[in-house]
Design a protein around this ligand. Structure first.
Ligand code: NAP
Length: 491
């Protein structure tokens, strides 16, 4: 049996899933992508300075190695990579761009998913969501923002028609996006006001362009694998440090502090950029440019709470600073997962309602009551270190394991058992409580009630191992009763 598969999302997850399905001989695959091209966050985040902060030889599919220009590839190169992978593995022919899936409902009688899309209805036996965790930009509820008279846009919706040269620009937020944008625009704008709500810890990025010789060496399979393994081990060590809060985390913290003190002499600026929370609680930001940029004469770091945006500026702590443009580097609605798509499973169970308290999924992949559905980069599959592409590949491996099991058993329905999902969730929550992410800070990992639908509290090698096969007894497989055919009956 080769089931029909519908994949929602054409980023790394959706393209990777369609490519890996193709490699396994599954061709009845349709990928729905609401944008006009594949790429996901990498086609959307085109802000100046956008680049990866995970080494590119780890931020690629193991089955599709690339010749990268530098250690941390810029956005344009990563976007081209996703498109090349899609082309090479025959995915482009299966993608419906400009098509948004608004609803998916499980049809128990027919054992398939009925999709409502902006391009009309669609049916598939298997539903794969590959919607990403950082795809819905978050506009902060700052008073007056709507009345600002100049251009104001989110980093994920960069308005390239606005020429910032010689302008006074405010950047709100000091997360991973902001620390890339500010150094990129600072040399050509008149002034950058950076509004910081709380500071985050950093680590030197040590980025560099590969020489032709290095590129040549890295194109040799053995050396490339060695480089990837070294990067992977470093990130596993970091994952261990973050989840166990061991001595390595303290050492990283000292490096972060050293980085600040080396770049910034002014004690007041040092104080403002030095976080008060534990190292690693928020996502650690890799940068070589952030602190030196903050010392430039046309940059001001404002660490006071924004009171209001006025038609011509921003007021914080009673001081109004006029600006010509506002950049919102304020992150994403990362806990919405598949939203705004509505998913209705068996017995009319609504995924949004099931997840009202906190999104949960067995191995981040499957949810009881939602048969034949697999989530990629689902709840609790994000890390404080490691490559999302590696995680996606492991998650796709889980989907393939399920499809193989359906094929082997002759079943047409697979659903994770409630007890297996509940046991996994207990194990997960207990482990999360020990991690640095729950040591008390604001971050996109943990919501205001302390719920964490984001983080994986173990090593990534463990995620890969656990998802590679179906744990015995975790899933219920079922074959539909064959329909009764009355031989010779007249219609
Ligand atoms: P983020 O890390 O969530 O940062 C958002 C920033 O906006 C924070 O500084 C936050 O302050 C601030 N903020 C949010 N709401 C605010 C408000 N109402 N008023 C004032 N400030 C507000 O978002 P991001 O920088 O876009 O990064 C998100 C994630 O995307 C990263 O953690 C990373 O995983 C990924 N990313 C990766 C790369 C890469 O190189 N691979 C690049 C960019 C992004 P608080 O800290 O106080 O909440």
């Amino acid at each position: 049996m080769s089931p029909s598969v519908a994949i929602v999302g054409g980023g790394f997850g959706g393209v990777g899933a369609a490519a890996m399905l193709h490699r396994e001989g599954y061709e009845d695959v349709t990928v729905f992508e609401k944008a006009d091209r594949v790429g996901g966050v990498w086609q959307r985040n085109t802000y100046p300075g956008a680049a990866c902060d995970i080494p590119s030889h780890l931020y690629e599919f193991s089955f599709a190695p690339n010749r990268w220009s530098r250690r941390y590839a810029p956005q344009v190169e990563i976007q081209a990579y996703v498109e090349n992978v899609a082309r090479h593995f025959g995915v482009l022919d299966k993608v419906r761009t400009g098509t948004e899936v608004t609803r998916a409902e499980w049809d128990e009688g027919r054992r398939l998913w009925r999709l409502e899309t902006s391009g009309g209805p669609h049916e598939a036996e298997i539903l794969v969501t590959a919607c990403g965790q950082l795809s819905v930009p978050q506009t902060p509820p700052i008073p007056g923002l709507a009345d600002f008279e100049g251009p104001a846009f989110h980093t994920a919706d960069w308005d390239h028609s606005v020429d910032l040269a010689g302008k006074r620009v405010a950047v709100i937020g000091t997360g991973c996006s902001a620390i890339q944008v500010v150094p990129a625009i600072q040399p050509r704008v008149a002034q950058v006001d950076v509004y910081q709500r709380s500071a985050g810890w950093t680590l030197p990025k040590m980025d560099f362009a590969y020489s032709e010789r290095a590129k040549g060496l890295l194109s040799r399979p053995r050396l490339r694998r060695l480089d990837r393994a070294a990067n992977f081990l470093f990130h596993e060590a970091a994952a261990l440090a973050l989840t166990r809060r061991g001595p390595l985390l303290k050492a990283f913290g000292q490096l972060g502090r050293l980085q600040i003190n080396k770049a910034i002499e002014d004690p007041e600026l040092r104080r403002r950029v030095t976080p008060t929370d534990e190292y690693g609680c928020k996502r650690i930001m890799l940068t070589d440019e952030w602190y030196p940029t903050l010392t430039e004469p046309n940059v001001e770091l404002i660490a006071e709470r924004i009171e209001t945006v006025t038609p011509g500026g921003i007021r914080a702590n009673g001081v109004e600073r006029p600006v010509d443009a506002i950049v919102l580097a304020t992150g994403f609605a990362s806990h919405d997962f598949v939203a705004p798509m509505e998913i209705v499973g068996a017995d009319g169970r609504n995924l949004g309602e099931e997840w009202a308290e906190v999104p949960r999924a067995y191995l981040g992949s499957s949810v009881p009551g939602f048969p034949n559905m697999f989530l990629l980069y689902g709840p609790n599959t994000n890390g404080g270190s490691g490559s999302v592409v590696y995680t996606l590949e492991a998650g796709i491996g889980h989907l393939l394991a399920a499809l193989r099991e359906l094929d082997r058993s002759g079943a047409d329905r697979i659903e994770v058992r409630t007890e297996a999902a509940a046991a996994f969730d207990r194990e997960l929550r207990a482990a999360l409580a020990e991690t640095v992410w729950h040591s008390g800070c604001t971050s996109w990992y943990v919501d205001a009630d302390g719920n964490d639908p984001s983080q994986w509290p173990w090593l990534w090698s463990q995620y890969r191992r656990r998802t590679a096969t179906l744990e015995p007894g975790a899933y219920a497989l079922d074959a539909a009763e064959p329909e009764l055919v009355e031989v010779g009956a007249t219609p």
